[in-house]
Design a protein around this ligand. Structure first.
Ligand code: AMP
Ligand code: GLY
Length: 422
């Protein structure tokens, strides 16, 4: 069986490694993949947003199943194009991917179906937005409507900061068209939980919960990043919270999307905040999280391809999805300076005697002599699983400390907050 994965980061590397456990798969392609995953997949230099070229390739290679993971090809209708070309695919169609690609859409959906989230206003007019932030409660949260590489959210501690954020998005267009519309919302407080789920549009099966560490520096200081590390399971996601989430958030969301004629099939990511008034949705993503996937999939005991096919075929109720009782930790090694300016091109030394299953490569490329070199902000994730969280954290750091490249940087406190909660 020939399987294709669209994307090329650490998340895709984790998905590819998991898929490889299925002996039915004889060939795996990554479009574009990266130089760090060439042992696991054939990397083809077709960009993840080049929907026409991806579809052409899939047809030419007679791909049996495709998996589309990044947000932008999903928002561009990559799954629609592949399915139209007769290639069964995992991932939401364009009309469902909007749950991530438009924050205004997702806020309106939640309001209409009474799904708990932060109170909000939506603006398309600069002056009205500025007027609003001149008197709204502070801190406040300003969000660009569209996709902005995870950088379109500003937590404004002062009115000046809020006004500056509104201006940069609506007037200076720092995120292009993504900022022509902004959502300004209530600031929520509480621990954050990421819950990725499989859904075929009817049934929703949450995966093991996780906790991301978004800020660049220890103790949640510094700029927001794509994620500097993760742990799973998240101790704040207690069985009682999980039950409320299922009744108040997960099922209502799946049903709402179906009622809107936008049936969601794929991985729906619930970004939640556990406030004193209960769990609330911070954001939806129409895809696996990165680096959440790097801790969730190593704990998955069931076969991933079987689940993907069941999701696509609407047969999830009949399919076992089981996770181990253990814990996992992912420490991201980044290039110093990320998420700002950083240097790249430095050789990466990986330990020889390690179980390489535990290293997921993201921002790396291979030069002509086969040397793996840094090629991005988040370079790789060092992942360990163990029977308990403390052991997983210790093992992930032990592994991270055996990986070397110039200017390597990681947070030293991944998992600390979770361990304190236990
Ligand atoms: P998002 O891209 O929507 O996930 O936002 C990025 C990060 O900003 C989240 O992970 C939260 O830490 C924070 N955030 C977003 N919305 C809110 C909110 N309403 N209140 C407090 N923090 C928020
Ligand atoms: N780690 C957060 C995300 O994938 O959006």
């Amino acid at each position: 069986m020939k399987v294709l994965v669209v994307g090329g980061g650490g998340r895709e590397h984790a998905i590819i490694k998991k898929l490889r456990e299925n002996p039915e798969i004889t060939q795996l392609f990554a479009l574009p993949g990266n130089g760090g995953m060439t042992d696991d997949a054939v990397c083809v230099p077709i960009g993840a947003t080049d929907v026409a070229a991806i579809t052409e390739f899939a047809k030419k290679e007679s791909i049996d199943f495709a998996v589309v993971t990044p947000d932008d090809p999903l928002a561009l209708g990559c799954v629609d194009a592949l399915e139209d070309a007769g290639i069964p695919s995992f991932g939401p169609r364009k009309n469902a991917a909007i749950i991530e690609s438009s924050k205004a859409f997702s806020k309106e959906l939640m309001a209409k179906y009474h799904i708990p989230t932060a109170a909000y206003e939506i603006f398309t007019d600069l002056d009205k937005a500025l007027d609003y932030v001149s008197s709204c409660p502070i801190p406040t949260v300003v969000k660009a409507d569209g996709l902005a590489l995870g950088k379109g959210v500003v937590i404004a501690q002062t009115r000046e900061e809020a006004a500056a954020a509104v201006r940069s998005m609506m007037e200076d267009k720092v995120f292009g068209d993504s900022g022509s519309r902004v959502v300004i919302e209530e600031f929520l407080e509480g621990p954050e939980v990421s819950v990725l789920s499989f859904t075929d549009g009817e049934t929703v099966i949450p995966m093991v919960s996780s906790m991301d560490h978004k800020r660049a520096g220890d103790n949640d200081t510094g700029l927001n990043t794509g994620g500097m590390g993760t742990i799973a399971p998240n101790p704040y996601y207690t069985p009682a919270v999980a039950q409320r989430c299922m009744q108040e958030i997960f099922l209502p969301t799946i049903r709402a999307m179906k009622d809107e004629g936008r049936t969601f099939r794929g991985c729906l990511y619930f970004g939640l905040m556990i406030t004193k008034d209960g769990p609330k949705v911070i954001e939806y993503n129409c895809r696996f999280g990165d680096p959440e996937t790097q801790v969730v999939l190593p704990l998955l005991k069931s076969d991933l391809l079987t689940i993907f096919r069941a999701v696509r075929d609407g047969k999830l109720t009949e399919t076992p999805v089981e996770f181990s009782d253990g814990a996992a930790c992912c420490v991201v090694l980044a290039s110093k300076g990320y998420p700002g300016k950083y240097e790249k091109g430095y050789p990466i030394t990986l330990p020889e005697t390690v179980d390489h299953e535990a290293i997921y490569i993201a921002g790396a490329s291979r030069d002509e002599s086969g040397v793996l070199r840094t090629n991005g902000g988040r370079v790789l994730g060092a992942v360990a699983t163990a029977g308990d969280l403390q052991s997983a954290v210790t093992a992930a750091y032990a592994l991270a400390d055996r990986i070397h490249f110039k200017n390597a940087y990681c947070r030293r406190d991944i998992g600390r907050r979770a361990l304190q909660a236990l």
